[in-house]
Every structure is written in structure tokens, then in C-alpha cells.
Design a protein around this ligand. Structure first.
Ligand SMILES: [Zn+2]
Length: 107
């Protein structure tokens, strides 16, 4: 009983960390590999709703093992969105900050 509660808690915390990461970097990779800038993000429990600068809406799941979470960690995007006009420094900062952890050798 106790251990299952602990597991649940830990799982929840990881989800929050994923949302926090997205909220912090304010970048979102779409399915097609385009990197968008996030205009606003609303967290509703296990789902977060993202609105990008080009007014696209994305619902993101709680899973840090999702496609998007993997894309963010591995930087699997092909180009940045022209409408969102993500500043170069932001992409560089993102690349510099998050590439170094476990996947640094990829790029
Ligand atoms: Zn965009």
C-alpha cells in the first residue's frame, strides 16, 4: 500500500517536471518536426494546453516518454516555425542547456 503511493507520487512529480521544462523553454516541436514558440500554456492536471505564436493549439500529455518529450530531449526538429519567429538566441540557449545532459553527443 505505502509503496504504491510513493510510486504514484514520484510519477506525478516527473510529469510536472516535463511541463515545467516545456514552460521554461517555451518551445514546442510539432509532429512534422517544426519547432514552435509557445505563447501561452495552461496546465490542467495531466494535460497541458499550449498556444503557439502562430496560433496553433496543442494538447500535451503528461508523459515524458511521449514523442514530444523525446523530441525535446533529443532536439529532433528540422526547422523552426517562420510565423512564430523564434529568436536565434532562444534556440541556441535551448540547444546549449538541454543538449548536455544525457544526449550531448547527438548534435
Ligand atoms: Zn509556429
Amino acid at each position: 500500500m505505502t509503496s504504491s503511493v510513493v510510486k504514484k507520487k514520484r510519477y506525478y512529480r516527473k510529469n510536472v517536471e516535463f511541463f515545467k521544462l516545456v514552460e521554461k523553454i517555451k518551445l514546442w516541436p510539432s509532429r512534422s518536426g517544426t519547432l514552435h514558440g509557445i505563447k501561452s500554456m495552461t496546465i490542467k492536471g495531466n494535460i497541458a494546453e499550449i498556444i503557439t505564436h502562430c496560433n496553433e493549439k496543442f494538447q500535451i500529455n503528461n508523459s515524458r516518454h511521449s514523442r514530444a518529450a523525446r523530441s525535446l530531449r533529443n532536439k529532433l526538429f528540422f526547422h523552426s516555425c517562420h510565423t512564430c519567429k523564434i529568436p536565434k538566441w532562444k534556440i541556441e540557449k535551448y540547444a546549449g542547456t538541454y543538449v548536455n545532459q544525457n544526449y550531448g553527443s547527438h548534435l
